[in-house]
Design a protein around this ligand. Structure first.
Ligand code: CU
Length: 744
């Protein structure tokens, strides 16, 4: 009974922590939302602007782009959703109808400058669209270019809720780019597709599972390092406690261009085609290249740039590029989007007749630290100053985004008299815990960065991780400042920037908006794990909630402004909603062998875990022995985890006792754990896991206990499937045995 009470106590501690987790997200009350809804809409502010109307239905359906029928969320029945076409100066009026049975949704108009309420980030800027409800968005199209839209709710983007936006330049105004001649254009929406439920994908990632890397054959191992000749880099990396470089977290079942792995686009020889390329993938960078020769880049993130040529273009999630391809002669010419980890590709064939394949990029050498540090090395060379032809000749087989060579067509300098404030944002986290953050804090731990209207905010983005992060700013374009830019006056304007592993990017923007705007990693699973912030303007001229209530009651309800219809049913939830709420996941990981069983069940939420750890053995002992630890643990950073709880045991020298301790990661990724028991016993343990080959892992553990003295264990496992391994261990108490490892 006493034991049970202690376990209850641990549970209460965990619950208290959950309750405390959202103290920072104060957020907007219902009255403030109503006040926002009553503000004039674009059609009222610009009564002479043509209104272009679209209706988007979010529905659930079954699709099988990767062969197997799975649940998809679609817009108007398809993945991707329809292309929304406008002309600069139009007013967009878009009705989004949530036809889902019991799921909220939202729509963010990615890359467009628009009023805060229309930005579509649920709880941050816009009320969510409840199941069965609708919302009408209205905004003026202020600028031309290639953009897109997607759900900002949960993992819906991975399920298919995205589509493209094309804004033509205002009639009568010549295009800023000197593009001599374009015969046709095609929107190219790239995406990644998994047959798994995205929630399972998230759970697999949070568990720290190597499964996706194993499935793709990209898991790093000792034998792999030796074979590739990079043993020294491998050991140095392990010594410095860095996880392996990783270019993609998830193993996908297909990569899609406009919803299919392969598409054809009819074009005649000699024609020049403008491809409006959008990377709408949840977590895949693509290399884009064409069998017809180098691509001509004419716009980046919707905004025209001085044309440059590039053989292979690395596109981060949420970036868009407009590229020109000229069909050389009869035949179908492949424009190929290869996943950065080479695990697959999507193909668009342009033209008719025999197919000409685009060359595949060379293999990624993830063991080489020079590859991991490519961006750092890239800063040192001077290719930014080369002519287009020279740069093309010098281009590497697996290039970084061509940021050094992107040049705006008009000066992009910001107001000279605006005060400049520099803010350093470190991108932090790793694959082992899958807690991605900014400055070591997830969005639920630190949600906002204050911004003053009229200042220039210069962000130094420092990537301290071994992954690329495509960072996206809502509501603003920023200037991308490359260190050796030939003419900083023409720094390109972007809304999303790739920050490569262990490197930095500097961006700046003029703060001329109001309210709150999200800034986040566009790798969907990183964002949902916490890698986000809100840039928050002070509430100046805004109505107070009291004023808003007065306005709301005074306004006749018979002619509600678009979007207010559903507000009567809208109940307040903390701002940031699920962006700020760590989700709760549970899993179990263990083994049953001929001589013993061990493992751990856990419930994880953010940095906190409730764990049930067991070890039991029955060989070479008189009776079956067990030790069960029920603990609460807190993850501080990749090096420190602390825990406290209760131990139940019937081992000969053991005692039931309250326990507390910590695990510290030593160089070479050795975990050092100290446990103190309330009866005065102390235990220290060293543990090391090592991937020998892609599928064979070995582990060793040695522990010294003041009660039980010295014991040790070695083992090896072979990963069979996502859920099962074959395992064999030798334990100094229970001897040798073998069995099955499992993960659920
Ligand atoms: Cu990221």
């Amino acid at each position: 009974m006493r034991n049970f009470r202690i376990l209850l106590g641990i549970g209460a501690l965990f619950a208290a922590n959950i309750a405390h987790a959202c103290k920072e997200c104060g957020g907007l009350g219902k009255a403030a939302w109503i006040a926002r809804e009553l503000e004039p809409k674009a059609s009222q502010l610009y009564p002479n602007a043509p209104i272009v109307e679209y209706s988007l239905d979010v529905t659930e359906t079954t699709l099988s782009p990767a062969g197997k029928p799975v649940r998809a969320l679609t817009l108007n029945g398809s993945v991707p959703g329809p292309t929304l076409r406008f002309r600069e100066g139009d007013v967009a009026r878009i009705h989004v109808n949530n036809r889902l049975a019991n799921e909220e949704t939202s729509t963010h108009w990615h890359g467009l400058l628009l009023p805060n309420l229309e930005d579509g980030v649920p709880y941050v800027t816009t009320p969510p669209i409840r199941a069965g409800e609708s919302r009408t968005f209205e905004f003026l199209l202020k600028h031309a270019g290639t953009y897109w839209y997607h759900s900002h709710t949960g993992l819906q983007e991975q399920r298919g809720v995205y589509g493209s936006i094309v804004v033509e330049p205002k009639a009568g105004i010549p295009a800023r780019t000197d593009v001599s001649h374009i015969d046709r254009e095609e929107v190219v929406v790239l995406s990644d597709w998994t047959n798994e439920n995205p929630n399972d994908v998230m759970r697999t990632l949070l568990r720290g599972s190597d499964w996706y890397a194993i499935r793709k054959g990209t898991a790093q191992s000792l034998v792999g390092a030796i074979k590739s000749g990079y043993l020294k880099d491998y050991l140095n990396r392990e010594k410095s406690r860095l996880p392996p470089m990783d270019v993609s977290d998830v193993a996908y079942d297909a990569f899609l261009v406009n919803g299919k792995p392969r598409q054809r686009f009819v074009a005649r020889p000699g024609e020049t085609i403008r491809l409006r390329v959008i990377n709408a993938a949840a977590s895949t960078y693509f290399y884009l290249n064409s069998a017809a020769g180098p691509l001509t880049i004419i716009a980046a993130d919707g905004i025209d740039v001085a044309p440059i040529h590039q053989k292979r273009l690395l596109i981060g999630m949420a970036e868009t590029y407009d590229v020109l391809v000229t069909v050389p002669e009869s035949g179908a010419w492949e424009v190929r989007a290869t996943a950065q980890d080479n695990s697959g590709h999507a193909s668009l064939f342009v033209g008719e007749g025999a197919e000409n394949a685009a060359p595949a990029p060379g293999a990624l050498n993830a063991y080489s630290m020079n590859v991991a540090l490519a961006a750092v090395l890239d800063q040192l060379d001077d290719s930014g100053e080369l002519t287009d032809a020279e740069a093309l000749a010098a281009e590497s087989d697996r290039p970084l985004p061509p940021y050094k060579r992107l040049k705006a067509t008009v000066p992009t300098t910001l107001p000279a008299d605006a005060p400049v404030r520099e803010v350093t944002l470190k991108l932090t986290g790793d694959m082992m815990r899958y807690l991605w953050s900014i400055n070591g804090k997830a969005i639920d731990e630190q949600s906002t960065i204050p911004v003053k209207k009229g200042e220039v905010l210069r962000l130094v983005l420092v990537n301290n991780t071994m992954m690329h992060h495509p960072m996206h700013l809502h509501g603003h374009f920023f200037r991308l400042l490359m260190p050796d830019a030939v003419d900083p006056k023409y720094a390109p304007l972007k809304h999303t920037v790739d920050v490569p592993p262990m490197s930095r990017r500097i961006i700046e923007f003029y703060a001329d908006e109001d309210r709150d705007w999200l800034f986040h990693c566009h790798l969907l699973y990183h964002m949902m794990a916490g890698m986000a912030r809100v840039f928050s303007y002070p509430a100046g001229a805004e109505l107070t909630p009291a004023d808003a209530t007065a306005v709301a009651t005074a306004t006749p309800a018979k002619t509600p402004a678009p979007g207010t219809a559903s507000l009567s049913k809208f109940t307040y939830r903390p701002a940031l909603g699920e962006h700020a709420m760590p989700h709760t996941y549970a899993w179990i990981d263990g083994s049953v062998q001929s001589h013993m069983s061990m493992g751990m069940g856990t419930i994880q939420r953010g940095r906190d875990n409730l764990n049930l750890m067991w070890e039991t053995g029955w060989e070479r002992v008189e009776k079956t022995e067990y030790e069960i630890d029920a603990t609460y643990s807190h993850y501080f950073n990749p090096r420190w985890v602390a825990f406290a709880g209760y131990r139940l045991t019937n081992m000969m020298e053991g005692h039931d006792a309250v326990i507390a301790g910590a695990t510290y990661r030593l160089p070479y990724m050795v975990d050092f754990t100290t446990t103190l028991q309330s009866n005065g016993d102390v235990r220290v343990a060293l543990a090391k896991m090592l991937q020998l080959t892609t599928r064979v892992g070995v582990m060793a553990r040695a522990e010294y206990d003041t009660a039980e003295k010295f014991s040790w264990q070695v083992g090896a496992s072979y990963t069979l499937t996502k859920r099962f391994s074959a395992i064999s261990t030798y334990d100094s108490d229970y001897g040798l045995g073998a069995g099955v490892g499992f993960r659920f």
